[in-house]
Design a protein around this ligand. Structure first.
Ligand code: MV4
Length: 451
């Protein structure tokens, strides 16, 4: 087992990893930028090293500084959290070259899953359902037209280097395809430096459902059920839950078995997520594999009774997939609301600044994962998430009631936050019925419940 771990991240996830390490008797090293000097991850780690000025590229993305911090403090592993360097094949390789265990994926898996067209081909070969359409990169507009006719419109053009919806275009008919191809490719070149495009059938009003997987170094892999992540705004998840109200036992077994197969096909080690599009007929299609711990991992922890960070660390230290999780039983229902310092009344513009008053909810079944506190100054340089409010209850209905209650108890003064928006969603009839898809927030008419 590891003696000391460096956390190459900030905010709530850095704190989350520190908590797991300390409970396991593992010492921790925080790294921080000049903007995060007063952050809780710096306070609670056993040691902390300043790695540079506020901009991410000079600090949390500064590989030489992070490696140097690991060498000075004598760590044996590096946890990248999510975002930043968590899916950098280059960083994973440099960690390995310097004899640090990278608590993420191997450079090979990161590269092959980062290439979306290649990831899709790999999964298709492994027998995982993928969205119908030609696999592989298109040679140009002519091939796009030919393929689109075969697939039948509407189709999607997607950037192979893409993600987060960038370089993605819906095409309804042949007269749109030339412009769509050019603009998708151009957008992909500016965003990722790679304009490769592939094509597939457009799935109408899909759900975003993902499966948590865990793999060991001995070829074993298990899944821990699904998360419903369809409540998104501009490809940013806002609310996640487990189990999905749309997934029955039959689908859970099919999508779970497919995910284990996917994990084994690539020899996956540690925690990962397979994302799917699920249509109204409950057919599911592989979308992406995320080779990191995810923001929304707590909802899975609550319903499976596990600690995914601890399991991740155990897998990387060579232990076997835990027996108690094989054939796990789901216990109750969990929902997570992301609390962002953004103004939901004004197009969700970020709202950095000082938190003057801060009261977090508590009581049975309430969990807060946050690095914020009264007096904390939210820096302008990073993402606007200041915490996650997670509830657990015996069923979905009780979990929603508990979330409403917890949101009412939450007081954050200073910045505007997404809290009133969450409260309004908790009262929405489609949300309550569980009958929603990825278009939910496009149609959601935000009327604050207390004004
Ligand atoms: C799709 C799709 C419909 N059909 N692919 C958006 C982000 C990217 N990772 C994949 N995305 C989509 N791919 C086909 N063939 C619809 C979306 C999509 C979406 C997916 C998941 C969650 C929210 C979404 C919002 C809009 C579009």
């Amino acid at each position: 087992m590891f003696n000391k771990i460096l956390i190459a991240n900030r905010g709530e996830i850095a704190l989350r990893v520190i908590r797991a390490c300390h409970e396991m008797g593992i010492k921790t090293v925080a790294v921080y930028s000049e903007a995060d000097k007063y952050s809780l991850h710096v306070k609670f780690a056993n040691e902390a090293v300043c790695i540079g000025p506020p901009p991410s590229k000079d600090s949390y993305l500064n590989i030489p500084r992070i490696i140097a911090a690991g060498e000075i403090t004598g760590v044996d592993a590096i946890h990248p959290g999510y975002g930043f360097l968590s899916e950098s094949a280059k960083f994973a390789q440099i960690c390995a070259d310097n004899d640090f265990e990278f608590l993420g994926s191997s450079p090979e898996i990161i590269s092959s899953m980062g290439n979306k067209a290649k990831a899709k081909e790999t999964m298709k070969l492994a027998g995982i359902p993928v969205v119908p359409g030609g696999e592989g990169i298109l040679s140009g507009i002519q091939e796009a037209k030919i393929k689109a006719k075969e697939i039948v419109y509407p189709v999607m053009l997607k950037a192979s280097a893409g993600g987060g919806g960038r370089g993605m275009r819906l095409v309804n008919s042949e007269d749109e395809i030339e412009n769509a191809y050019k603009s998708a490719s151009q957008e992909a070149i500016s965003a990722f430096g790679n304009g490769d495009i592939y094509i597939e059938k457009f799935i109408q009003k899909p759900r975003h459902i993902e499966v948590q997987i865990l793999g060991d170094m001995h070829g074993e892999a298990i899944h821990l059920g699904e998360r419903e992540c369809s409540i998104q705004r501009r490809h940013q998840k806002l609310i996640e839950e487990s189990p999905s109200p749309f997934v029955d036992e039959f689908l859970r077994k099919k999508i779970g078995d497919a995910s284990v197969k996917a994990a084994k096909a690539v020899g996956y080690v540690g925690v990962g997520t397979i994302e799917y599009l699920v249509d109204d007929k409950k057919d599911f299609y592989f979308m992406e594999m995320n080779t990191r711990i995810q923001v929304e991992h707590p909802v899975t922890e609550m319903v499976t009774g596990t600690d995914l960070i601890k399991e991740q660390i155990r897998m990387h230290s060579g232990l076997n997939c835990p027996e108690y999780l094989q054939g796990f039983k789901l216990r109750g229902h969990s929902i997570e609301c992301r609390i962002n310092a953004e103004d939901p009344f004004n197009n969700f513009i970020p709202f950095p600044g000082k938190i003057t008053s801060f009261n977090m909810p508590g009581g049975k079944g309430v969990r807060i994962d946050s690095h914020a506190y009264a007096g904390y100054k939210i820096p302008t340089q990073y993402d606007s998430m200041i915490g996650k409010l997670i509830v657990h209850a015996k069923n979905r209905e009780s979990a929603i009631i508990r979330m409403k209650r917890a949101l009412e108890e939450t007081i954050i003064e200073g910045p505007k936050t997404t809290i009133p928006y969450h409260s309004a969603i908790m009262g929405d009839p489609s949300f309550l019925s569980g009958d929603f898809d990825t278009s939910f927030l496009e149609n959601f008419n935000f009327k604050p419940s207390n004004q």
